[in-house]
Design a protein. Structure first.
Length: 271
């Protein structure tokens, strides 16, 4: 189940660049259903054991304003020609600092995945989240701005991003993106805090002291998506992202890397 959750979330996050392309370049696209696969590799936020490269299937479905993309379901409403409001739910939410392709680790953290010396920590689970997203086409060099808030029983987060598509040829698109994500105190304490009980667990030989961030945390990221249309239905794509987390996250004793990355490639078929 753990690997299934990871697979589904990678599908949703790693395709966000490609989905932005469809929003900007193909808002009137006839394609409403997509299947495909991707594979990729990235570093981990937490002190977890190394992961093998996986091949990941994905699916997306859209009917008028309603869509399903991975484990996210939502409804888009166009307020005016430049402004779009989306209400959505995420079945396997959690820390919003995962990044495209889960460049910051996993959507849930299991003690069995941790390195030796950390296997006694409590597992951090995903959460069902509800959120709102606002998209704004600036008409300035075709830059699109996105802002969102989301939350669940373990806390809330927010994100702002800027996307700018470049059409190199009629078949080739390059889409850079920058993002800034924020987590509230509850999310920080749950996903990055360490309790005294965890420190005193005999399996946690690498933990010396408890950690209670009790403050907001943030991350910034830069990424790029490249998509090539082989024909009207089949496209190949690649994604890459580098993300930096704030000291409030990086100082957690269960966090390994403050700077993380992800790269991936895949194929997609639009029906």
């Amino acid at each position: 189940m753990k690997k299934l959750v990871l697979t589904i979330f990678i599908l949703l996050s790693a395709l966000s660049f490609s989905n932005e392309e469809n929003t900007i370049e193909k808002s009137n696209s006839e394609y409403k259903f997509s299947l495909g696969f991707m594979t990729g590799y990235g570093s981990n936020l937490y002190h977890v054991e190394e992961n093998d490269m996986s091949y990941i299937p994905f699916i997306s479905l859209e009917k008028e304003n309603i869509y399903i993309s991975g484990t996210e379901m939502g409804y888009r409403y166009k307020l005016n020609p430049r402004l779009t409001l989306t209400g959505f739910s995420q079945l396997f939410g959690g820390t919003d600092l995962q990044g495209d392709g889960v460049s910051l680790g996993r959507t849930q953290l299991s003690n069995s995945d941790m390195e030796d010396g950390y296997k006694g920590i409590s597992s951090r689970q995903t959460q069902v989240e509800l959120g709102l997203r606002l998209g704004y086409n600036t008409n300035f060099h075709r830059v699109k701005l996105l802002g969102e808030v989301r939350g669940g029983e373990r806390g809330a987060g927010a994100k702002i991003s800027a996307v700018r598509p470049f059409m190199v040829t009629s078949r080739l698109f390059i889409i850079p993106q920058i993002k800034f994500s924020l987590l509230d105190e509850n999310m920080m304490d749950y996903y990055f805090g360490v309790t005294e009980d965890e420190v005193n667990d005999s399996r946690n030989t690498a933990l010396d002291e408890a950690y209670d961030p009790n403050k907001f945390g943030y991350a910034s990221a830069m990424g790029i998506s490249i998509r090539y249309y082989i024909n009207s239905k089949i496209s190949a794509f690649s994604v890459a992202e580098v993300q930096y987390v704030s000291d409030e996250i990086g100082d957690s004793p269960i966090v390994d890397n403050g700077v993380n990355y992800f790269t991936g490639v895949g194929l997609r078929y639009d029906f």
